[in-house]
Design a protein. Sequence first.
Length: 261
Amino acid sequence: MNRHASLVALLCAAVLSSCDWYEKNTVQDIAGPVPAGAKIKFFNFGVSSPAVNFYANTRKMTAVSSVTGKESNLGVAYGGVGAGGFYTAIAAGQYTLSGKIADTAVNHDLAISNLTATLEAGKFYSFYQSGRYDTTSKTVDAFIVEDAFVPQIDYAVAHVRFVHAIYNANPMTLYATIRNAVDTTKVDTVAVGAEVAYKSAGAFTPLRGGVYNLLTRYASGTTNVLTRTGVPFLAGRVYTIGARGDITVTSTTALDNTLNR
């Protein structure tokens, strides 16, 4: 009986020891909601602007990778978007957003654009350097818009909106043209939202998937201001068409197509 009791006690102790080890060494369950933050894209649409790195307060949000071990002097050039066109995550809050000169030899880290903005949790934004770079004051304009696309993916249509970043152009409406789905001898023309003024964004507008020709016009006008041909919009995707440049210098102007989602 004593040997049997001792064996039982030994087995119980082993079980308790095993339980203690399990409690100490199992993977902790940390399932739960991920802390909500904001997401932001950065565009350098400032005409003649030097290449920049974008910052939120003192945090560098975009940069170009370097294989030399030293900071790259390339940055985001005119017409470019930071972080490869992807959104960058950031905690919600108020920030001074800025573009700082990337050149490591001349005016390195000089802020040429500054804008104070409050970024809200769960929202998406786009920050634009715009206007013409002033070489004397070393400044350029800037603005921010919310990217208020519908969070649910609609695989039946694409969603497209227009952002106006040309400082010396009048308010414009973006139009998209495509061959009629039934009668290919006809062309359908769709207004992509309403008229949009400088430093503003239109609403995301549903378009059937396909390849479009784009154009902008001033109010009550019939003359095309900007054009771009052969732009594919895939159903289930979200796009921003951004007008950039100096309206008096054709070589600087463009309708930029950026994928939001």
